[in-house]
Design a protein around this ligand. Structure first.
Ligand SMILES: *Cc1c(COP(=O)(O)O)cnc(C)c1O
Length: 430
């Protein structure tokens, strides 16, 4: 079931990429808990290793359970191919790896998940890569930050944790003018609420650890390629357009066309960086994926109700939920998020840092956890945890100031969640 563009999202989230197991007829995708695959003969092995034939060699590169997940997520995002990885952070490295050389840079939004800010501002420097942080709403600043050495623009669709909604179409236009890909982290929106490719993104990355698996059980990530970028239009992307010495001079773009990025991700990225997803985690993620739309509808409905309640409470200074009528992003939400603006947001508590710490210590139903996108409701004080490594200025820019807590609204009864926040706020603010 690979070419089925006429099916709707609810159908595709269950069926895309999967078929009854050819060996046993098993209807659910089996967990191929397996590392190596028997070659038919020496010629078959040689053809696989030369990338002349597609098949399974070794699970660091490809695995049948992981392959189903890749096809399912590529389909849900409207891409042509996907590479699953061990985590969302691995997916970000895998997205940049084919594009970047030492001395190159990527222009990134200053409103990003805290772990990504650290990965980009510190760790990638060791590869000789640089991230240039900009206000992604300032088109002039984004444009000016792009130099000859800039190989991509990176942003989040709805930024974690501050709920900033990126104007994807205008950012994509800048990327087009500069001849570079736009990479969008769509973790907090999910493909059910937003398809960045439809708004001009070249590559989409996810931490599937969050809403896509949905139950807080499995780490994972994915890079999805739109298949729309012309890697040979300039000399900027030699890994994709020039002869690859590790494959006897094969040119990925010339040989694999719109699948060049995906083939490179598997044949070079997974092969040599090794950040592959485990089949067990792919299975759990596929299970979660089957109910993604149903869960997102409830996540959104609960988040809206709770955000509205918080907004009207005296103990709260402000609520950043992009789905509120009062949100500065309301117009963008109307255009890009017809089914809702997710279920992750922050609110500022009167009483600052101390009140926030007291609040997370006083909740009973919410869990104090550094995760999001779980069935359970989660709460965290970003400034003392996920965004602790950042300077106060970076915290503020990322929407994680000291007086702010982040909630990931789960699937429980909204009234129970409101009661829990109410009692905890009484203890925290008094
Ligand atoms: C969690 C998260 C990541 C990192 O993903 P991991 O699976 O934890 O490695 C990246 N981006 C966003 C928006 C996230 O929420």
């Amino acid at each position: 079931m690979s070419d089925t563009p006429t099916y709707g999202f609810d159908t595709l989230q269950i069926h895309a990429g999967s078929a009854p197991d050819p060996a046993t007829g098993a209807r659910q995708t089996p967990i191929y808990q397996n590392t190596g695959y028997v070659f038919r003969d020496a010629d078959h092995a040689a053809a696989l290793f030369n990338l002349q034939e597609v098949g399974f060699i070794y699970s660091r590169l490809t695995n049948p359970t992981v392959a189903v997940l890749q096809e399912r997520l590529a389909t849900l995002e409207g891409g042509v191919g996907a590479v699953a990885t061990s985590s969302g952070h691995a997916a970000q490295i895998m997205a940049l790896f084919p594009l970047m050389r030492p001395g190159d840079n990527v222009v990134v939004s200053n409103k990003l998940y805290g772990g990504t800010v650290t990965q980009f501002s510190q760790t990638i420097k060791r590869f000789g890569w640089e991230a240039k942080f900009v206000d992604i709403d300032d088109r002039g600043a984004v444009s000016r930050a792009c130099t000859k050495k800039t190989k991509a623009i990176f942003c989040e669709s709805i930024a974690n944790p501050g709920g900033h909604v990126a104007d994807l179409e205008s950012i994509a236009k800048i990327a087009d003018r500069k001849g570079i890909p736009l990479i969008v982290d769509n973790t907090t929106a999910t493909p059910y609420l937003c398809n960045p490719i439809a708004h001009g993104a070249t590559l989409v990355v996810h931490s599937t650890t969050k809403y896509i698996s949905g139950n807080g059980t499995a780490m994972g990530g994915v890079v999805i390629d739109s298949g729309k970028f012309d890697w040979s239009a300039s000399d900027k992307f030699p890994s994709l357009s020039e002869p690859e010495p590790a494959y006897h001079g094969l040119k990925f773009h010339e040989t694999f066309g719109h699948l060049a990025f995906t083939f490179h991700g598997i044949a070079i990225g997974l092969r040599d960086l090794g950040m592959c997803q485990s089949p067990q985690n792919a299975f759990l993620t596929l299970l979660g994926c089957e109910t993604l739309s149903l869960r997102m509808e409830r996540h959104v409905a609960n988040a809206k109700k709770i955000a509205e309640w918080l907004e009207n409470d005296d103990r709260i200074e402000h609520v950043t939920y992009a789905g509120l009528k009062s949100s500065p992003h309301a117009r963008r939400v109307k255009k890009l998020y017809k089914k809702g603006a997710g279920a992750l947001f922050t609110f500022a508590v009167k009483g600052g840092y101390d009140a926030c710490v007291k609040l997370v210590d006083s909740v009973e139903l919410f869990s104090h956890v550094a995760n999001l996108g779980d069935t359970r409701s989660l709460i965290i004080h970003s400034a003392s945890t996920t965004h602790r490594q950042l300077t106060p200025e970076q915290q503020e820019a990322a929407g994680a100031a000291a007086n702010v807590v982040r909630v990931s609204i789960g699937l429980e009864d909204a009234d129970d969640l409101i009661r829990d926040l109410d009692q905890a706020l009484s203890k925290a603010v008094g």
